[in-house]
Write a protein that binds this ligand. Sequence first.
Ligand code: ZN
Length: 141
Amino acid sequence: MNQHSGTTAVPRPAVEVDEESAPFFDAAARGILMVQRCDDCRAWLAPVARLCTECLSESVSWTAASGRGSVHTFGIMHQIYHPGFESEIPYNIAVVELEEGPRLQTNIVGCANSDITVGMKVSVTFDKISDTVSIPKFAPA
Ligand SMILES: [Zn+2]
């Protein structure tokens, strides 16, 4: 595939939507955060789980999460690991623990990096990066 965007900016690595992650991205495009849940023991699982980490059941279903959580840990990135993100330095990478339990690696938006604290209450917001892909990020609740 030959793509020319007409800009000299280095494109960011594309988000790959595959059969397994499609329900996650379909819901995200509609503003809904989906995680997975075990049909047998009802454990909440971080996407994309092929089997339950609690009981090893292979019967897991996509389920809407509340979108609320708290910052479990975070870091501020000052290094450019990919030139597509150069304009965003410094940026944060955070792990948010959802109310339901699963932890998601994400970014905190809507506040200064210096205002991010562990335990801070956050809620999901979606960063639409294309017609088909919206990335869940979290803002102070
Ligand atoms: Zn289970």
